[in-house]
Design a protein around this ligand. Structure first.
Ligand SMILES: [Zn+2]
Length: 74
């Protein structure tokens, strides 16, 4: 199973840019906007099994708009 193919991401709620699913050092997943850098909180996991669940949680947060905007451009 390829988690990247399974998960569908909406466009960024701030700029309509493309969201990408990212894994951090083998302990959490989050989704980040490639254009403005807005991102979801990190969804941590402790096992291979939890990993897929955490990836789906991160995607869900993104898709419902629970996204934190970075202050980079202000
Ligand atoms: Zn964006």
């Amino acid at each position: 199973m390829n988690i990247y193919e399974e998960i569908e991401l909406q466009e960024c709620p701030y700029c309509q840019g493309p969201g990408i699913l990212e894994e951090e050092e083998g302990w959490c997943w989050y989704v980040m906007c490639m254009d403005c850098g807005a991102k979801t909180g990190e969804c941590g996991y402790k096992s291979e099994e939890e990993s897929a669940k955490a990836a789906r949680s991160a995607a869900h947060l993104w898709n419902i708009g629970k996204v934190i905007r970075s202050d980079r451009c202000e």
